[in-house]
Design a protein around this ligand. Structure first.
Ligand SMILES: [Zn+2]
Length: 252
């Protein structure tokens, strides 16, 4: 005997109607509620697009070191701002490098770029930048642009460059607005630094704030846009550096 035939013998017509169609109706209601909250969430995400500020020292730092972070921010609906604290004028080609950085920011979908060209913050491997000057620039920018998070180099500056370390010193000790989150890009040892995507396994165990870029073409193209800098060892860097594929951030 069929299931509904048995039920018909036990219950009256009204209850049978509810049994037959109740499940169907409740399914429609559930789907409707889920769609409503999903669309509500998407609206909220659109309304609350958070702005994150990346602070670097030279044009090409964003492409060489921060590409996985920028990719993550783009994919997760953040508005990405970049302050580059110098125009990289160490070899007197600052103006060329400014144009290269503007092109790269368009390619990487960075929403707003500010290039600083200040006499106290010139590209140099031997001069420590004025920390107070960096702090003033960044603090004012945060206020004016409703920035919710800042990302920069850590105390070792990935390559140990004094200008990268100055970014860390300034950002780690600046005045913070309420709720502002600050992250630094982790410097790894040299073995991990040049183990490319293979460092994923170690990174995923050691750090939860892991960002990954699996697109080698994106890494190559973003560095190639910095044409004046795209010499042979930087080409090798794109292939072998973990920073083209993996970023681990540390909250400070
Ligand atoms: Zn640099």
């Amino acid at each position: 005997m069929e299931f509904f035939d048995i039920i018909e013998e036990i219950v009256d017509d009204d209850l049978l109607f509810i049994l037959k169609y109740g499940l169907l109706i409740s399914n429609f209601i559930t789907i409707f509620i889920l769609l409503y909250f999903k669309s509500k969430k998407q609206q909220n995400e659109k309304e609350e697009k958070k702005s994150v500020l990346l602070v670097t020292a030279h044009p090409d730092d964003e492409a060489m070191f921060f590409l996985p972070t920028i990719t993550y921010l783009n994919d997760n609906n953040y508005e990405v701002h970049l302050i580059c604290l110098s125009n990289g004028n160490a070899n007197k080609i600052g103006k060329i490098r400014e144009v290269e950085l503007e092109k790269c920011c368009k390619y990487l979908k960075i929403n707003k770029l500010t290039i600083i060209n200040d006499k106290d913050l010139q590209d140099s491997m031997s001069v420590m930048w004025l920390i107070e000057k960096i702090q003033k620039i960044v603090e004012e920018y945060i206020d004016e642009n409703n920035i919710k998070g800042v990302i920069t180099f850590d105390k070792k500056g990935i390559s140990g460059h004094l200008n990268h370390i100055a970014c860390y010193k300034a950002i780690s000790s600046m005045k913070r607005t309420e709720g502002l989150k600050v992250f630094v890009l982790e410097t790894t040892n040299i073995l991990r630094k040049y183990s490319s995507i293979l460092d994923f396994f170690v990174s995923s165990i050691l750090n939860d704030n892991l960002m990954v870029n699996l697109n080698i073409l994106k890494a190559w193209r973003s560095m190639k846009i910095h044409h004046s800098q795209f010499v042979w060892y930087r080409k090798l860097f794109v292939v072998f550096s973990r920073y083209a594929y993996i970023n681990t951030l540390i909250k400070i």
